[in-house]
Design a protein around this ligand. Structure first.
Ligand code: SF4
Ligand code: SF4
Length: 293
């Protein structure tokens, strides 16, 4: 009761606003501090997808069909495993749609062999899960890979999938807490690149958090990694240069990598976080440039 009354007073509102501001500033500051170890990594093993979501962060609705090569994936995992001394809290294997990769089972095995103690998730839209062979489920069980589907507002027999996971003893949990109504995140691009990169980095929820690996390069976030799909489709030229990523074969050690990931990159100038919106209705993409800009 006292707490409710306090919340309703002008002083209470001011204190709450101050608390939220302090939290925002604290979270922004954290992005500039190198992590003590690599805590989170995502690998996009396909560029394309069999769903077609508006605002898709890796630009999959407009991406050409493309697969992470097994050989490169193996080299990259081995190199990162060596650099990190096998220390990684969470590895998420995703796409596009990762179940479209014809050598997915091999990739899962390679990931586990290089990171024996890491929590590994396979992030999928679930469309192809009912079609997976027993060998897929057995691999997930044997190599301790958790299947983490996102529920989109499309028709999928989740009960049958859950039964299958249970039958094979595979870890299974939904990404959006089992909610059917997937909401869309819209982080617009400024095609002219006029934003202040330091301010955008500080405001960005992905910065130094959604670390992504792509063909030997590590990125602090998904956009510079995936912008090739956007540039190719819309014939734009949002530039990614050597200062936007770190090459894991050139980096001398993990400290150098962690320091790099905690810094704004030139590509941040293309992100307009002032226009970001979180809670948009799920819709299919019309492949229009306005969905990302
Ligand atoms: S499921 Fe939707 S958001 Fe996810 S990669 Fe495919 S198109 Fe993009
Ligand atoms: S490039 Fe954009 S998405 Fe990436 S950290 Fe900078 S502001 Fe965030």
């Amino acid at each position: 009761m006292l707490k409710r009354l306090f919340n309703l007073t002008p002083a209470g509102y001011k204190l709450k606003a101050l608390d939220s501001k302090i939290n925002q500033n604290f979270n922004a500051t954290l992005k500039f501090i190198p992590q003590p170890m690599l805590q989170y990594l995502e690998v996009y093993i396909t560029e394309h997808c069999n769903l077609n979501c508006k605002h898709c962060a890796p630009f999959s609705p407009i991406a050409k069909k493309s697969f992470y090569s097994v050989e490169i994936f193996k080299n990259d995992m081995e190199r990162l495993s060596l650099l990190s001394n096998r220390l990684l809290c969470k590895l998420r294997i995703l796409g596009g749609e990762p179940l479209l990769h014809p050598e997915l089972e091999q990739l899962l095995k390679i990931a586990r062999e290089n990171f024996p103690n890491t929590s590994i998730d396979l992030v999928t839209n679930a469309i192809l899960l009912p079609k997976q062979k027993d060998s897929f489920w057995q691999t997930c069980k044997d190599y301790d890979i958790a299947i983490t589907p996102t529920k989109y507002p499309i028709k999928i027999d989740f009960q049958t999938i859950e039964n299958k996971a249970k039958q094979f003893g595979v870890k299974y949990k939904y990404n959006n807490g089992g909610e059917v109504e997937k909401r869309l995140f819209y982080q617009p691009l400024d095609l002219l690149g006029t934003q202040n990169p330091v301010i955008m980095f500080a405001k960005c929820a992905w910065a130094n958090g959604c670390i992504g690996l792509d063909n030997g390069k590590l990125y602090t976030c998904p956009y510079p990694r995936s912008i090739k799909n956007f540039n190719t489709y819309f014939k734009t030229n949002l530039i990614v240069d050597k200062r936007d990523y770190i090459d894991i074969y050139e980096a001398k050690n993990m400290d150098e990598i962690l320091r790099f990931l905690a810094k704004p990159i030139p590509f941040c100038r293309y992100c307009d976080l002032n226009r970001l919106t979180w809670d948009n209705k799920w819709e299919r993409s019309k492949k229009d440039i306005s969905e990302w800009s």
